[in-house]
Design a protein around this ligand. Structure first.
Ligand code: TNX
Length: 538
């Protein structure tokens, strides 16, 4: 601990000396910083506490990043920040450079065990005229802090000094912690397939808003999207179908690992879902021995649900599941495995219970914690297993009574595949129409009466893909609502307010446009239309 503080002091001291000597050598640039207001920045999710000191840190070509190099992942977070700064500003900000000649200001990403940092994702961001310090216990926390910092770097430099562009970052202090540890998005890559490139782009934007889980719905009636080496026909046969008769697709194990590793660079966990015992037509088409509904199955490219089931009484079925869970678990470093379990309308209730009980043991045997849609609470699941509430409140209450945690994804509030309103060109409406304000204006903590805050692991916004097949369509349904769900997961209810959020959301256009995100331009939001107008805040 002492050592770290010492290292930081040395770095700051070195900076002071270098700044002085640089100042002597260089022509003195007289900088008149305009007054800033850190509290008025458009940060999403809204941080726990912001104190403005009204001056500015000038990010320029003489800024460098230092990190706590002895601690896992801090240097990578520094490199990530440097890359993002370069994309935005074209400045090349070195990380942990030993050549101190050029340094005027530093960004220090610092590991500390300070007790004020409540969770591993908590961070403090101290911005003064000469230095920016991000404090956190873990690289994960530092990464969240870096997202906040990215959001307050203006899109444009202060061009009053033409030969020395500076991006003026408002000074002050941010103390921040997440309300929930689980802040997720789900993507159905089954009804329509989405490429690795598409998924990576989604991860980029989700991470910017501090979402830390991406749940991939990998199997369903219409297709099987992940290579299982011990059961090759799953993808050879059922990788090639999708809703509407398109060509489908699937992830090889290498491709899936590429997603996992890209997500992990963004401190995001991939949660793989293999949906069963229902939603299994594609698996049974490839291997009819798995089928439990007594009919001969054909590839299915429609959008109905609830007609397929595995046979809950065959040992072969459990041997198959063991292989599938083993292979996917080995590629998935995260702690969770999602078994689906929803809408098994043609599985007898007693078979369903038997099935979920047995599959839970398989998941545990492979070292993972089971998640399932809320129906799994009909079985005798362990308190370590997690219910994802989408439909039946009673199942969530049951979960809490049993000591299981709950992920909140109520279809009427959190389903990204629901239309915004009746003019929406994509989406379904079976649960509700969900305009941007309705998506934001609810509390995951109080949505189900009788649940305590501790019962809730977090929030997840699922995007089912029956009606979307391109990244632009995906983005149309996801954005801007997912930005609101990110805030629901991170920010406490007391600290959230629609009117305030609406303004911050309106100011996301420079970022969303720069990222080429096809967001739905809801008329509830007074979007900043002219990018250059938005970004010249200072
Ligand atoms: C219900 S939500 C489903 C999905 C559909 C979705 C469409 C859930 C656990 N099951 O199979 O894609 O509705 O909104």
């Amino acid at each position: 601990m002492k050592k770290k503080i010492f290292a930081l002091k040395i770095a700051l001291f070195a900076l002071a000396i270098v700044s002085l000597s640089c100042a002597e050598k260089k022509k003195k640039v007289v900088l008149v910083f305009p007054e800033t207001n850190l509290s008025a920045e458009n940060i999403i999710p809204k941080p726990s506490k912001v104190i403005a000191t009204n001056s500015a840190f000038g990010l320029d070509q003489n800024t460098v990043i230092y990190t706590s190099q002895a601690f896992n992942g801090f240097t990578e977070v520094g490199t990530f920040l440097s890359e993002k700064i370069e994309t935005l500003t074209s400045l090349k900000v070195p990380v942990n450079t030993t050549d101190l000649e050029q340094v005027d200001r530093i960004i220090y990403i610092n590991q500390t065990d300070s007790l004020e940092l409540e969770t591993k994702e908590s961070y403090q961001l101290y911005i003064s005229k000469d230095s920016i310090i991000i404090n956190s216990k873990t690289a994960e926390g530092a990464f969240r802090g870096v997202q906040t910092l990215r959001q307050i770097i203006p899109e444009k430099s202060n061009d009053s000094i033409t030969d020395h562009p500076m991006w003026l970052i408002p000074t002050g202090k941010i103390i921040d912690s997440p309300n929930f540890e689980y802040r997720g998005a789900m993507l159905d890559v089954t009804r329509h397939f989405f490429s690795v490139t598409d998924v990576k782009k989604y991860i980029d934007v989700l991470a910017y808003y501090k979402i830390n889980k991406l749940h991939l719905h990998l199997t369903d009636d219409q297709g099987w999207r992940i290579e299982i080496k011990s059961w090759p026909k799953l993808t050879a046969v059922s990788g090639a179908t999708e809703v509407g008769g398109g060509e489908g697709g699937f992830y090889t194990q290498e491709a899936y690992s590429e997603i996992v590793s890209y997500a992990s660079k963004h401190h995001m966990t991939i949660i793989p879902e293999v949906d069963m015992p229902g939603h299994t037509n594609a698996a049974s088409v490839a291997y009819p021995i798995l089928n439990g509904n007594g009919k001969t199955l054909k590839p299915y490219t429609g959008t109905h649900v609830g007609f397929s089931t595995f046979d809950a009484h065959k040992d072969t079925v459990y041997a198959f599941i063991d292989d599938v869970v083993r292979e996917i678990a080995a590629l998935s470093p995260g702690p969770y495995f999602h078994i689906g379990g929803d809408e098994s309308h043609v599985t007898k209730k007693k078979d369903y219970i038997l099935f979920v009980n047995r599959v839970e043991k398989i998941v545990q045997k492979h070292g993972k914690q089971m998640i399932g849609w809320d129906e799994i609470m009909q079985a005798d699941v362990d308190s370590t297993s997690i219910a994802q509430h989408w439909n039946t409140k009673k199942n969530a209450t049951k979960a809490a009574a049993r000591g299981s945690k709950i992920i909140m994804s109520p279809a009427t509030r959190a389903y990204l595949d629901m239309k915004y309103d009746d003019t929406s060109i994509h989406g379904l409406d079976w649960a509700a129409l969900i305009p941007v304000d309705t998506a934001y204006n609810w509390s995951p903590t109080t949505y189900i009466e009788n649940l305590k805050k501790e019962d809730i692991l977090g929030v997840e916004a699922p995007l089912w893909s029956e009606t979307i097949s391109t990244i632009a369509e995906l983005e149309y349904l996801a954005f801007p609502r997912i930005i609101g769900y990110a805030e629901l997961g991170w920010t406490t209810d007391e600290n959230r307010n629609w009117d305030d959020f609406k303004t911050r959301l309106a100011n996301q256009t420079p970022y969303l446009n720069r990222m080429n995100v096809n967001y739905y331009p809801s008329t509830l939001i007074d979007w900043k239309k002219d990018v250059s107008e938005t970004i010249l805040k200072n």
